[in-house]
Design a binder for this molecule. Sequence first.
Ligand SMILES: N[C@@H](CCC(=O)N[C@@H](CS)C(=O)NCC(=O)O)C(=O)O
Length: 205
Amino acid sequence: MPSYKLIYFGVRGRGELIRLAFAASGQTFEEDTITFADWPELKQKMPTGQLPVLEIDGKQLSQSLAIARYLGREFGLAGKTNMDQCLVDQVIDTAGDCLTEYVKSHFESDETKKAELRKTLVETTIPKFAKIFTTFLENSGGKNGFFVGSELTLADLACHEAFTDFLQLNADALKDYPQLAANRQKVEENENVKRYLAKRKESPI
Ligand SMILES: N[C@@H](CCC(=O)N[C@@H](CS)C(=O)NCC(=O)O)C(=O)O
């Protein structure tokens, strides 16, 4: 078994799909949580000058989604066929788009602009993504409430993570999307994920 070390900040952010992939697979990994005070020095030593970085037996991998997909393939969460992998990937990349939108408001320092960005997120962006994910759920041929195949994949984990952000802005964000709400529940019923979520610290991002 290789040794895994995830280097990231103490937030969910772009590290969380990686953590969820480890958690769902019951795989152990070490976490090196970087403080913002320590970051400028460490930044120089990271391949892209950004985090997350996953070290596998000391080899450094960058780019959160490349890392998540690698782990997905290692742990059987990536989809079984080439087509299934693409169906999983379209959900992962859409969840990445969700995060990109969410962080715009999160890191906005002007309170008036922040409120405007949040209003757009709640009224327009979140419903738009909820519809896209629902279409994926309907069209990807998944069974048992999962996006792809008949078991949990990175697609389910990525959508769960995107809505962890969105539900903080609007607790009713899934009210009109029953298939998505049911998919979220399926993820949370996974015993490994349930254990992980029960211990996870609250984080705004
Ligand atoms: N495309 C990269 C983006 C990585 C990224 O934006 N990392 C941010 C944290 S989420 C970071 O390292 N920020 C600190 C910096 O750029 O100095 C990925 O998905 O890993």
